[in-house]
Ligand binder design. Structure first.
Ligand code: ASP
Length: 304
């Protein structure tokens, strides 16, 4: 288990993001010609600008995640991992510390699924919408794209490699962000294409409140990545928050305990990012690697 922590910042706000946890085998940067480090840095700076200007944690996590969705390197939005049928089915979730949440699953038309998840939260009485159609997305004034927009040659090659079994091992890469703003409000957002070669209609932990995404003011906010079924079975994000809330366990210890009890016990791998109510940040994974960015003192830390 790898665990990194950053103390609360003097600024009174904090932001952390991840670009998925897994092994190195799935890196697409050579094919796509980009850099994970640049993508993580750009997304971090976009979210940090919102918080530094006094914006909300919700705005910050949505902007951050949307930047990663637009970057074809990451498994979310354009460049997402593909289903066994070669299609992109996108899942996303947002939650704010006051208990509101919105999510979409198997979304095929919203350029930025995280914005669709936010609209579900703000514009409907529902929490989770499956496959919102173009009419509904346009009604929310969201940008729509044809399903082919999400497909990239690198992901199509990755799918062929997995199907021909020339690519084994980890297939992670989801994105997420957590934040606390200067008023002490927390929010989390997560977005994914799921697991490479998953069957059409398979939904993982990302859009499931409490499994892949969770936020509660006074406790913290969490965004997860990894083998979704284990995160759902262990209700991982909520399990961590419950340890903090009911046992008074510090965030880092709570994450360690949950990873042992709910992931390691299932022989599953993945990672989490969290911001605690005091503004401290934790990045943890039991997979070999995890892409992440957060501030530690005056240093921007990039795990890539
Ligand atoms: N957790 C995601 C899922 O199971 C995949 C990932 O994090 O890479 O859909």
């Amino acid at each position: 288990m790898h665990l990194f922590q950053a103390a609360p910042a003097a600024s009174g706000w904090a932001l952390a993001l991840h670009g998925g946890a897994g092994g190195r085998v799935e890196e697409l940067s050579l094919e796509v010609g980009g850099s994970y480090g640049e993508g993580l840095t750009g997304a971090y700076l976009a979210g940090a600008a919102v918080l530094a200007a006094g914006g909300t944690a919700l705005d910050a996590v949505c902007v951050t995640v949307s930047r990663l969705e637009d970057d074809p390197l990451f498994n979310a939005g354009r460049g997402a991992a593909l289903t066994a049928a070669g299609t992109a089915e996108l899942d996303a979730c947002v939650m704010t510390g006051d208990g509101r949440a919105g999510a979409v699953a198997a979304c095929r038309h919203a350029r930025n699924p995280v914005f669709a998840a936010r609209k579900v939260m703000e514009e409907t009485p529902a929490v989770l919408l499956i496959a919102p159609d173009e009419d509904r997305l346009c009604g929310w004034a969201l940008e729509t794209v044809p399903p082919e927009y999400f497909l990239t040659p690198a992901r199509q090659q990755q799918l062929r490699n997995v199907q021909e079994r020339t690519l084994e091992g980890s297939r992670h890469g989801t994105v997420g962000a957590v934040a606390i703003d200067v008023r002490g409000r927390v929010a989390a957002a997560t977005s994914t294409g799921g697991m490479v070669n998953q069957s059409e209609g398979r939904i993982g932990d990302t859009p499931i409140v409490g499994a892949g995404t969770y936020a509660r003011d006074g406790v913290g906010a969490l965004s997860c990545t990894g083998q979704g079924e284990a995160f759902m079975q262990g209700v991982v994000a909520h399990d961590v928050a419950a340890r903090v809330r009911y046992l008074g366990t510090p965030m880092a210890e709570a994450i360690e305990a949950t990873v042992q009890a709910e992931l390691a016990a299932r022989a599953a791998t993945g990672g989490l990012i969290a911001v605690a109510a005091d503004g401290s940040v934790v990045v943890a994974h039991n997979s070999p690697a995890m892409f992440a960015a957060y501030h530690d003192g005056d240093r921007l830390v990039i795990h890539s």
